[in-house]
Unconditional design. Structure first.
Ligand SMILES: [Zn+2]
Length: 390
């Protein structure tokens, strides 16, 4: 049995506020942890000692909405590219993620699901893939964002069945204002898939109805949805006020203003916010102008943090999870003791993997991230093994 002992760490657990202490992993799991100095006997029986130097030990990040990076995209349906993306995630503290599709035709989507699903259960020097998030194609063209309007369509249960049978679908974003799409919500809910309202022009009443059809979250709150007004609160008003909705949010300070992040925190609290990156193909690349195989171009600037089309339009997010957590914690005016759940446990709950990962608790998998005071990732540990170290 492989035993790793992490010493001198500030540990964040669900039960209480953070404390300085130690954590022991045995095999793939968290065997024990405690305050202050570690018992000498444990020290002697450990195979590996890691000195966390007083830094933060958090559950590994879980990103349930991310498309690609380093020039690669989930839609490429290329195993080598999936590995490249998954390694990039591990270097940013992510231990589990959902490769996320974009609105496309049936065959293209099926290929992407099949390819990503091949990695479910695989372990190596990369973040774990728990399954796929289908972002589309059952959206509202009125709120398409960067999604391809030509392929946006109403849900078709035959196609839903094909998607489900192609691999491991963990989550789907759907616009709930159409009856066919509500039926798809019922269908995916009954298959244990997490159903989220996204790219939607729904009114408040539609969002109340969607709760009856298994919708339990809102995809990238504020982006790609009807906004709040006092007479028609829209998707934003429903998401913020209906307790049963959790929210994804992109905290890059570009896709959502600092004050909007603060509002989300005030309305939803520490257990209903899941930070996502929504990274797309150019994220992680150095500043410059890039040409893609399909003839399109994009421009990366501001030290890799801004992605634009040559026209100047924002092309998507280049956020990483540790920066998202840093921004959100600051914008919420909260402590890391309150916000850590937003980068791990809340997402784990949404996709039904919280029984095995997402928090530091005895018996859960040792999926961990060590962050320094500035939220830089120092180490990523997956099932007890160090996958990334800086
Ligand atoms: Zn989107």
């Amino acid at each position: 049995m492989n035993k790793t002992l992490i010493l001198n760490a500030r540990i964040f657990t669900p039960g209480r506020s953070s404390f300085m202490g130690w954590l022991l992993t045995e095999d793939k799991k968290i065997a024990d942890f405690g305050e202050n100095d570690v018992p000498e006997t444990l020290k002697q029986s450990a195979d590996e000692l890691i000195d966390a130097q007083g830094q933060n030990l958090l559950p590994g990040f879980i990103d349930i909405h991310t498309h690609g990076c380093l020039g690669c995209c989930t839609m490429d349906a290329d195993p080598e590219k999936i590995l490249k993306i998954a390694s990039f995630h591990a270097a940013h503290g992510v231990t589990t993620y959902l490769p996320t599709t974009m609105t496309a035709g049936t065959e293209t989507t099926l290929r992407a699901i099949r390819c990503a699903s091949e990695f479910v259960g695989k372990r190596g020097d990369f973040a774990k893939i728990a399954g796929v998030h289908l972002e589309g194609p059952y959206f509202s063209a009125a709120k398409c964002g960067a999604q391809d309007t030509a392929n946006i369509r109403r849900a078709d249960l035959k196609e839903c069945r094909q998607f489900l049978d192609a691999g491991v679908v963990k989550r789907i974003s759907i616009a709930p204002e159409f009856p066919e799409n509500l039926a798809a919500g019922d269908f995916f809910l009954s298959a244990g898939v997490s159903v989220s309202a996204g790219h939607t022009n729904a009114v408040y009443a539609d969002m109340v109805e969607a709760l009856n059809h298994g919708f339990r979250s809102v995809t990238h709150l504020f982006n790609g949805m009807s906004g709040f007004t006092h007479r028609e609160p829209g998707v934003v008003g429903a998401a913020l006020t209906l307790e049963d909705y959790a929210v994804e949010i992109i905290c890059d300070n570009i896709h959502s203003h600092k004050a909007a992040q603060n509002l989300a925190w005030r309305a939803k609290g520490p257990e209903k916010v899941a930070l996502i990156t929504d990274q797309i193909r150019p994220s992680g690349l150095a500043d410059g102008r890039y040409h893609q195989a399909d003839g399109s171009e994009f421009v990366v600037s501001h030290n890799g943090t801004e992605l634009r089309l040559p026209s100047g339009v924002l092309a998507g997010s280049a956020l990483t999870m540790e920066r998202g957590l840093r921004n959100f914690t600051a914008n919420a005016g909260a402590m890391l003791e309150e916000t850590w759940r937003c980068s791990s446990l809340n997402a784990a709950r949404l996709i039904g993997i919280d029984h095995e990962t997402g928090s530091i608790e005895k018996g859960k998998l040792a999926d961990l991230t060590i962050l320094d005071e500035e939220f830089n990732v120092k180490r990523t540990i997956i099932e007890g093994n160090t996958i990334y170290k800086k």
